[in-house]
Design a protein around this ligand. Structure first.
Ligand code: HEC
Length: 147
């Protein structure tokens, strides 16, 4: 009881501190939280792009699950179909409105096909390092760009 009350109290202190920081330097705080380049996408493109992104995340989740179940061939198919450089993804990357973002997007999808190839070998170590390589594109593009 005492412990949980203490927890609530400490939690409130932290919340207060967070609000205080926002009040004192709202601009500073804002600048620190988002320095990414905007792609300036249209409203329609935004929805389309986010839907693609959610599919990418789902594909990664499926691939990890299938690897854990030792179903490498199915994981390979998902990698090629959902993360690989299909004509549709090639078109989508070309519409990002920023040369560097397009370049990153295309390299990302190429790495998706490489991931598919690695999974086809059934070698877990190779597949994990290919997955890591692919996910590094997710991380670096997200660090650099926003919609
Ligand atoms: C070429 C750039 C690029 C790559 C590569 C990329 N993303 Fe994104 N992603 C974005 C951008 C831009 C946004 C929008 C972020 C914002 O505006 O804050 C986004 C948003 C998302 C979102 C949010 C979706 C929503 O509905 O809000 C998810 C989830 C996501 N990405 C997953 C991934 C995953 C997983 C990968 C890798 C397998 C990946 N992305 C690779 C550019 C990229």
């Amino acid at each position: 009881m005492i412990k949980s009350l203490m927890g609530v109290f400490i939690g409130m202190l932290c919340l207060n501190a967070a609000f205080a920081v926002d009040e004192i330097m709202p601009m500073e705080h804002h600048r620190m939280t988002d320095t990414r380049i905007s792609l300036g996408l249209s409203e329609k493109m935004k929805q389309h792009q986010l839907a693609d992104m959610r599919e990418h995340l789902e594909a990664i989740d499926s691939i990890v699950g299938l690897m854990a179940a030792n179903r490498f061939q199915e994981a390979a198919r998902i990698a090629h179909e959902k993360l690989g450089l299909t004509p549709q993804m090639q078109r989508m990357c070309g519409m990002l409105g920023n040369e560097k973002a397009t370049e990153l997007g295309l390299a990302f999808h190429k790495s998706g096909d490489e991931l598919g190839d690695a999974l086809e070998t059934g070698d877990q170590g190779k597949s994990l390092s290919a997955l890591h390589n692919t996910m590094q594109y997710c991380v670096s593009c997200h660090a650099m760009f926003r919609q």
